[in-house]
Design a protein around this ligand. Sequence first.
Ligand code: PLP
Length: 360
Amino acid sequence: MKQVFNFNAGPAALPKEVLQKAQAELLNYQDSGLSVMELSHRSKQYESIQNHATERLRTLMNIPDDYDILYMQGGASLQFSAVPMNFLKEGKTANYCLTGSWSEKALKEAKKVGSTHIASSSKEANYSHIPESLELSDNPAYLHITSNNTIFGTQWRTTPDLPAKVPLIADMSSDILSRSIPVDDYSLIYAGAQKNLGPSGVTVVIVKKELLERCPDNLPTMLNYQTYAKNSSLYNTPPTFSIYMLSLVLDWVADQGGVEQIEAINTEKANLLYHVIDSSDNFYKGPARNDSRSNMNVTFTLPSEMLTKKFLQQASESGFVGLSGHRLIGGCRASIYNAVPLAHCEKLAQFMKDFHTNFM
Ligand SMILES: Cc1ncc(COP(=O)(O)O)c(C=O)c1O
């Protein structure tokens, strides 16, 4: 099989061991004579897969008992609407920190539901950093942040300081499970699975039970978080195969030694690439400010459009996949989620150094 180094931004690399396990079980799941894809979502076998994923995630992320874990569809993009529909009431204002295109999109959907306020923004600085301070509106319904900005390559280092009663809601699509976080600082966390958790198709929502009391009864059933919480995410047919893959990825994270161990490797991977950028005499430039750099998406530019093209072309010929920057901002981006091995980052670091040397 062709050896490639996958730096795709999402859907992204999956652990090889997970793909091998899924392959081995594909036709005959635990002697059932059926594929997981063919199991009823009401069967005991499927129920135990989903329960296993939930228990694993709770343990790995230290999720307290007063939080529900929900499995939804529609990606993080549906959450952009679901969050304000459930929690933005008349007389309240939804607060957003603008740190990139995904938070802009989240804000756009909230505006359709009710009153909104930009609590902080780094738009004027081309989203090169996470704003230091924020200003809340009167009567805030919640504060929404995007913990990792996949396109611009920036990441929140700490949780913003908020008055106790203001719920903090985070889109963690591109850094969930990549580092230890204090879950109880958040009222709701959501993440599409296709970067750190598994294949696309399932969106994980971690929500404080207390917040669910605010969901209005008149919402469309499938947009109301209560529907998922009350029915163990089995009101309708869930994305069963994606949840099975999620359970295998979570087992893999546990086998690696858990989130702390994963975090240490992720830091090492990111440092390797940032070191090449920083020691290249401005040949490679990182648009993200040092104090806001992401450990998941390393963005960089080369001195000209022509060199960028040449870099991407040679990288592709050497087996590197997914290094083009997002179509909105161009340049290059290496997405180094949990499943991207350290060895692949070492290969990329060497390739970047060699490309630079050959150019000189
Ligand atoms: C931070 C972030 N939020 C939201 C999205 C949109 O996710 P989805 O395609 O699952 O709707 C993405 C996709 O890359 C993302 O990186």
